[in-house]
Write a protein of this length. Structure first.
Length: 445
């Protein structure tokens, strides 16, 4: 298999595992001669869980000769996985269609005839993002291709064996309830490529996205990832989340990853978006406070900001990159504090990858230090450790692994313990949520 095809499979590995039906793909690839009858035996071994068998399938296909990639595209197309074909092959002639439901089960009725679709010519490269049914969908636009794809995630998420109780550990602090099928949602806003060279390309940030999606899916969350949105697209998406399935969740994680610059004279930080504009950290959080998003009152909301907060660095390495580079945007006037009647801010935990005034380090191959530490800690300890303690362990991991960069967490009325209970569900399966129409197409600025 050619190196560029192997990289395409690795880059989209999580999506392939999560969105395809194992039996259908094994059958199609066997019929096309990619695998022999003996080779497919491990994929049909029911003693192993289906996710592990799918991981093995897509790992093995990268070693199956120069024609395997083409056969994989054909198998995906015939099975109706149009989005995956477009993600794997930028030169695909499949007509651009809205993203399909994020599910390991396929529904052939939601797809159109491949013969008709192959007659059409794709004129726009679709923006790289993964969404699920009833998530807001910004208008697609062209983005730069990442040259060095992320490696297949290797960490193992340990599953819970029992639900944590309020009497555990002798604590009098109550628990947030996270036992139902709508356990939680992760929404990722990642800014990697910036138009007109307004900022440096963030090599390695795509690895963070892959690892976070893999981690939270394993934790039992539904995931939506938005990449390289403009300021207007970001604001529209944030607003549209209020009408999406987020309002039904038991807990919500929001991750924002980009270059960051401190606002002079304030405790706020500006986050660079893809068109060169800025949205402040408080601007992201305010969309989810009890006044602006009352449906989430009492629901734990965890914000993770992987951005620089200044130019100071207590260590330098030639390979380490930073998310800010010490440059400042034009000073912005400080916004007046919002009124705090009826406790506008509650049940919010804010985690920053670094301290105010300091840079946040990122490896161009393995991703940011903070997200690497977060994924390893959550995978190993989320089954029996509450989220605030998990972030304490993340900071310990930063210190032990890299010796520098101190993370920060702020509690805004986050007064209960939040356990994620990976692998456990109490109650009937979740009801389907009605689809949410996409917001109006944003215009480039």
């Amino acid at each position: 298999m050619e190196e560029e095809h192997r990289k395409a499979i690795i880059k989209n590995f999580v999506s392939l595992v999560e969105q395809t039906d194992l039996k259908k793909m094994v059958s199609a690839l066997y019929e096309k001669g990619v695998f022999s009858e003996q080779m497919i035996e491990p994929f049909n071994d029911t003693n192993k869980d289906e996710r592990s068998r799918k991981r093995l399938l897509y790992s093995n296909i990268t070693r199956r000769g120069p024609r395997a990639f083409g056969h994989l595209l054909d198998a995906l197309s015939e099975s109706g996985y149009w989005d995956l074909v477009r993600d794997l092959d930028p030169n695909s002639h499949l007509h651009k269609r809205p993203r399909s439901t994020f599910s390991s089960k396929s529904d052939e009725n939601q797809y159109v005839s491949i013969k008709n679709e192959k007659k059409k010519t794709k004129t726009v490269v679709e923006q790289s993002k993964d969404i699920v049914n009833d998530w807001p969908t910004p208008a697609p636009r062209e983005v730069a291709e990442v040259s060095d794809p992320p490696a297949i995630p290797k960490f193992n998420v340990i599953k819970s064996t029992h639900f944590m109780e309020e009497t555990d550990e002798g604590s009098k602090i109550k628990l947030y309830r996270t036992r139902g099928p709508n356990r939680g949602y992760l929404v990722v806003f990642s800014y990697i490529d910036f138009r007109n060279n307004t900022d440096q390309y963030r090599a390695g940030a795509d690895v963070d996205c892959q690892n976070l999606k893999y981690l939270f899916i394993e934790l039992g969350f539904r995931v939506a990832s938005y990449q390289n949105l403009s300021k207007e697209e970001t604001l529209q998406t944030l607003k549209s989340l209020q009408d999406s399935c987020v309002s039904k969740c038991e807990c919500l994680f929001i991750v924002v990853s980009s270059h960051g610059y401190p606002r002079r004279g304030t405790a706020d930080t500006d986050v660079r978006v893809s068109d060169g504009g800025h949205i402040s950290v408080f601007g992201f959080i305010d969309h989810f406070n009890d006044k602006n998003f009352p449906a989430l009152r009492g629901v734990p909301k965890v914000f993770i900001f992987q951005v620089c907060r200044g130019a100071n660095s207590d260590w330098v390495d030639a390979r380490a990159l930073t998310d800010g580079l010490g440059r400042y945007p034009p000073p912005a006037p400080a916004a007046p504090p919002p009124p705090r009647r009826d406790r506008v801010y509650s049940d919010i935990l804010v985690a920053h990858s670094t301290l105010p005034g300091y840079v946040s380090h990122r490896d161009p191959r393995d991703g940011s230090w903070f997200i690497q530490a977060l994924c390893k800690v959550f995978a190993a300890h989320a089954h029996n450790t509450d989220v605030e303690k998990l972030f304490a362990l993340v900071d310990d991991a930063l210190r032990d692994e890299y010796h520098v960069q101190t993370s920060e967490r702020n509690n805004w009325g986050f007064n209960r313990r939040l356990y994620l209970h990976p692998g456990l569900v109490e109650g009937p399966p979740p009801a389907a949520h009605p689809a949410t129409p996409a917001p109006a197409a944003a215009t480039d600025t």
